[in-house]
Ligand binder design. Structure first.
Ligand code: HDE
Length: 634
């Protein structure tokens, strides 16, 4: 970890302290009441009795342990139960606190209090990867989760999204199957962290609605440098309701102020081996150093005329995206992450997000993926915490007062007073809100259904949407994506699964793509012209926003928090070089690591923070060899 502490120290001097001054500190204060500092305290049992639990109570120095050793027994009993079930998906994650600031008065759209004039709310965000279990690598190719809880004055608003804009399925009924298919194969127990295997592609073959999403993940968008440089996408359409009861449909996005940055596959694969925590260390160190990542909250707005359609785009099919060129997002506010958690288990692990956690002013649409999510997260939270009381844990508790008759159960933390536990009541107790105190679930103009009861499957031009994405990439990005398809399909042991993906999915997207991939994996190449063909040399799309990593898209806006390594030695890169380099880097909030054959002060007087055996070029955004010229170069 040493190589990271170095640049932390350097960045710490560069930190800009960008937190707004008028932040409400209610959540911080609430959390402080639950903080426990055991530093320097005498070890006790949880019965508060001092106990030496480092050595067992035994019948003599060579004798048996005694059953009477209740203090070590208590310690062991607690330890045996320390783990809770990991999340069934997105198990591997980390998070940070921050604040959400509304850019203005959006009461024309919504009554959500976190989007009103001057509103600043505290927030917690957890980043994750979908497939690996706890302890896996978070640098691999995957969809990254981006889940935020806004502790607003009117209750918790959760925004639970992913870093790319679509999804693998459009009906929640298929979610357990999707996850079974992409996780390790049931009989083999591998692979534990990726989709390059037959059950995954067997599923993808049968779910063409995911073709676009998969291509996103197999492009360089699927291997971001870190999570400070990813976007967040709500995927579904949601509904804003204003105080007059008017509804506006919206899709939400987090747009990173730092811009997007990705690695290439070779780097990411090696990085996993060198340090599979690179991403969380990057986030932790930058926040600790005062370089706070920020995302602007942007929404695409659509009129709610009851059809859930916008210029031919179906708003209740979550896999259908509406390009930004068709409907440009408007920015409503900004999220800044500025505080690392105090305790990993109590905060990033125990936090429970749910799309069902919305405040008045935000509701839902009849999207069958979203509708199941409204149930599944509350359910899994109850399971993970072993109790429906998980939402009362410190990280989950709202700052707005909550009062209800959800009583008792495992680990109920409150001592509720009074006799009545029913609502409504005439004898005193929790009272029902009046009609004008809540707009929850009132969705103006919406009807519950519009046709015969049945099990329906959405129809859409899935291959066309993927083709648009393929067309948006430049030739380098396309080659990277072809390589990724080759990697994935090349690891599949059942040729029929590969051939079907080539013939049915890839060849329906683009004939040239299908032939290139087939060639690389030894599958039969579809005949020339047997599928649609996109211009092979240029990015050919009216929707360049679909592939924001293309050069010239101005996505890499800032170098803040990147790191340069200089290679130093006893006689190489001396103090004068250091002096010349620091202002260049610090002006852009870029960190510096000094790498030498050994750690410590070199003969030149420069201190090396990392050595060739502790670090790797993979950890840095640039590596500098040599000396800084004292005169300007000609
Ligand atoms: Fe999730 N998802 N999901 N998901 N999801 C979970 O909830 C689920 C979906 C996403 O950092 C679980 O608390 C179903 C879409 C994120 O804690 C679980 C369906 C999107 C996270 C669950 C979906 C997501 C989760 C596991 C289809 C992008 C991590 C633990 C109907 C918009 C949140 C948990 C965190 C986590 C279910 C589809 C994003 C099992 C049933 C679409 C970022 O409840």
């Amino acid at each position: 970890m040493r190589h990271f502490s170095i640049f932390l120290a350097i960045l710490a001097r560069l930190g800009s302290g960008v937190v707004a001054q008028n932040v409400a500190n209610q959540k911080i204060e609430q959390l402080q009441a639950d903080m426990k500092d055991t530093n320097g305290q005498i070890d006790t049992t949880d019965n508060a009795v001092p106990a030496n639990t480092s050595n067992s109570l035994r019948a003599g120095p060579r004798g048996y342990n005694l059953l009477e050793d209740t203090s070590v027994r208590k310690k062991m009993i607690h330890f045996d139960r320390e783990r809770v079930p990991e999340r069934v998906v997105h198990a591997l994650g980390h998070g940070a606190y921050g604040q959400f600031e509304s850019y203005g008065d959006w009461s024309n759209l919504t009554m959500a209090c976190w989007l009103q004039e001057g509103a600043v709310s505290e927030a917690f965000t957890r980043f994750s990867v979908v497939v690996p279990s706890m302890g896996g690598s978070e640098n691999g190719r995957d969809t990254h989760g981006f889940a935020t809880k806004i502790y607003s004055q009117c209750g918790n608003q959760d925004l639970v999204g992913n870093h790319v804009s679509s999804f693998f399925i459009d009906d929640g009924a298929a979610f357990p199957d999707l996850i079974h298919a992409v996780k390790y194969e049931a009989n083999k127990g591998f692979p534990t962290a990726g989709t390059a295997h037959e059950t995954a592609y067997d599923f993808f073959n049968l779910h063409p609605e995911g073709a676009f999403q998969l291509m996103n993940v197999l492009s360089d968008l699927g291997i971001p440098r870190d999570v400070r440089h990813i976007a967040g996408n709500g995927i579904h359409t949601y509904r804003f309701i204003n105080a007059q009861g008017n509804s506006t449909l919206f899709k939400w996005y987090w747009q990173p102020v730092l811009g997007l940055r990705s690695l290439i596959y070779d780097e990411t694969q090696k990085l996993q081996g060198k340090n599979n925590n690179f991403i969380r260390i990057d986030m932790y160190n930058n926040i600790a150093a005062g370089i706070y990542p920020e995302w602007e909250f942007a929404v695409q707005l659509f009129p709610d005329d009851g059809t859930y359609m916008y210029q031919g785009y179906d708003l209740i099919i979550p896999t259908v995206i509406v390009p930004f060129e068709v409907n440009p997002p408007i920015k409503l506010g900004k999220l800044t992450l500025n505080r690392n958690p105090t305790n990993f288990f109590a905060e990033p692990e125990s936090v429970s997000f749910a799309p069902s956690n919305v405040v008045d002013g935000v509701t839902f649409v009849p999207d069958p993926l979203l509708q199941w999510r409204l149930m599944a997260y509350d359910d899994t939270t109850t399971h993970r915490h072993g109790s429906p009381n998980g939402y009362t844990l410190p990280v989950n508790r709202p700052i707005a007062p909550f009062n209800n008759n959800y009583r008792d159960g495992y680990m109920q933390p409150y001592l509720y007073e009074g006799d009545s536990t029913s609502t409504p009541n005439d004898i005193g107790g929790v009272q029902e809100p009046s009609q004008n105190q809540t707009l929850e679930y009132i969705t103006a103009g919406a009807t519950a259904g519009s046709g015969p009861i049945g099990r329906y499957r959405a129809q859409y031009d899935w291959y066309g949407q993927a083709r648009t994405f393929w067309g948006a990439m430049d030739i380098y990005a396309r080659q990277h994506t072809v390589d990724a398809y080759r990697f994935e399909l090349g690891n599949i042991g059942v040729p029929a699964v590969v051939q079907r993906y080539v013939d049915q999915t890839l060849n329906n997207i683009d004939n040239c793509l299908a032939r290139r991939v087939a060639y690389g994996v030894g599958a039969e190449m579809p005949a020339i012209g047997s599928g649609p063909t996109t211009n092979v040399t240029n990015s050919t799309t009216p929707y360049p926003s679909l592939y924001p990593l293309n050069p010239g898209q101005e996505t890499n806006k800032s170098n803040a928090g990147l790191t340069v390594a200089v290679v130093a030695g006893d006689n190489m890169f001396g103090p004068a070089d250091m002096q010349a380099m620091m202002p260049l880097l610090s002006a852009q909030q870029v960190g510096l690591a000094v790498v030498a054959p050994r750690i410590g002060t070199l003969q030149s007087g420069v201190t090396a923070n990392a050595s060739f055996t502790t670090t790797s070029n993979l950890f840095y955004d640039a590596v500098f060899f040599g000396s800084i010229p004292t005169r300007p170069l000609r």
